[in-house]
Design a protein around this ligand. Sequence first.
Ligand SMILES: Cc1cc2nc3c(=O)[nH]c(=O)nc-3n(C[C@H](O)[C@H](O)[C@H](O)COP(=O)(O)OP(=O)(O)OC[C@H]3O[C@@H](n4cnc5c(N)ncnc54)[C@H](O)[C@@H]3O)c2cc1C
Length: 408
Amino acid sequence: MSSKLKVIVVGAGLGGLSLAQSLVRVGIDVQVCERDRTPWDRAQGYRLHLDADGINAVHEVLPANLRALFDATSQQTLPFTTILDTGLGVVKRLPTQDEHDEQLWPGPHEKPTHRNVDRATLRQILLSGLEGVVHFDKRLEKYDAGKDGVVAYFSDGTTTTGDVLVGADGIRSAVRAQRAPRCQIVDAGVQAIYGRIPIEAGRQVLPSESTEDIFTVASDERKVFLGLASVAFPVPPEEASKALPAAQQLKKRDSYFVTIVGGRHELFPLERSAMKSAASEELQRIAADLLSKWPERAANAVRAGDPSSFFFVDMYTSVPCSLEAPTNVTLLGDAIHAMTPTLGRGANLAMRDGALLGRALTSVAKGERELAAALASFEHEMLRYGFEVVREAAKVGQQRMAQNALPG
Ligand SMILES: Cc1cc2nc3c(=O)[nH]c(=O)nc-3n(C[C@H](O)[C@H](O)[C@H](O)COP(=O)(O)OP(=O)(O)OC[C@H]3O[C@@H](n4cnc5c(N)ncnc54)[C@H](O)[C@@H]3O)c2cc1C
């Protein structure tokens, strides 16, 4: 290992960026390599539910000015997931636990500990201050790891070397393919169409719980479901960032409801490949058609959506596995413990992993621990809580949306 710890992070998603922020704060040399050409290359989703894990992780890794920006742009929600009938009337409000590890983040905690945030805004905040650290258009193809360090090879023909390589490269992780080839990703049997409803249009057709609660959801006997949740910015992102340097100014975004219509593959009218390439307007029509046997109000909610905002999501899950003995290559987030979005916890765990691995690598840089021991204890913890939630998400997914059971 060189005298100064050098870390390569593959993937600038929420997990990789959380790790990078925590390392930059303590002066560790970190490079993040991201395959997309720009941060805005592809649709990455809209609203994210954050629980205490996610909120604590973001608070831990960000400097004070960015933490304030995150707080100003997050909607605090009431701690309920509300079940609706197919006419969008409230059936019951289920209290949602505060999910966090007391040892990792000892209390007292702010209440409430649930927020709905805009994914792109959160990602932009996590990218702030990492200019020169995050390199776009860098797709990892493979790596070579030896006792003296790791060499990463990219599709543009370049290489980079470091002491540690972290695969934060999402569900189709190239790093996992080499580090843990036996760890599998399987089809969950479920797909969904996501879109955005402008906030005022949504308020006219949706129950007030859809604005206040973490999530509201209705389903029928086929387990076709309609999910609804708001992202109402307390301060518009562009306003919240006005006084900050130009590089930290957030894009203008309006408040909205996210709408999700999903169910088993066989309930959708087109083959998967055709769903993937269908235009937004067609996806909106398919989503409304799936609700055609419900009272008109449900399909009308989908029709109130922005016709250019709909996209298709195919759901997959990881299968709990173990990692071979720690090397100087590790994994975090969806790259190892991807799950279906039933519990809204995948991003929370990816950011928790980022904060936890940041602590472990900081202790190595300070000479308090050996690298191998620090990575071994990170992996032990991360696999324990990560796969616990993967199992729980699969169980709830089976009950609520007829997700396939996990193999084995
Ligand atoms: C529709 C939907 C709704 C969701 N809602 C929630 C929610 O409400 N709350 C929640 O906690 N979670 C939610 N999730 C889950 C959440 O999105 C993921 O768990 C989270 O994004 C994982 O973060 P990550 O950083 O591990 O991976 P990603 O966000 O997938 O980031 C991986 C990054 O790696 C890059 N990459 C991939 N391959 C390479 C390569 N070879 N070289 C370089 N870069 C590469 C990718 O371009 C990407 O930027 C939802 C998921 C979906 C699909």
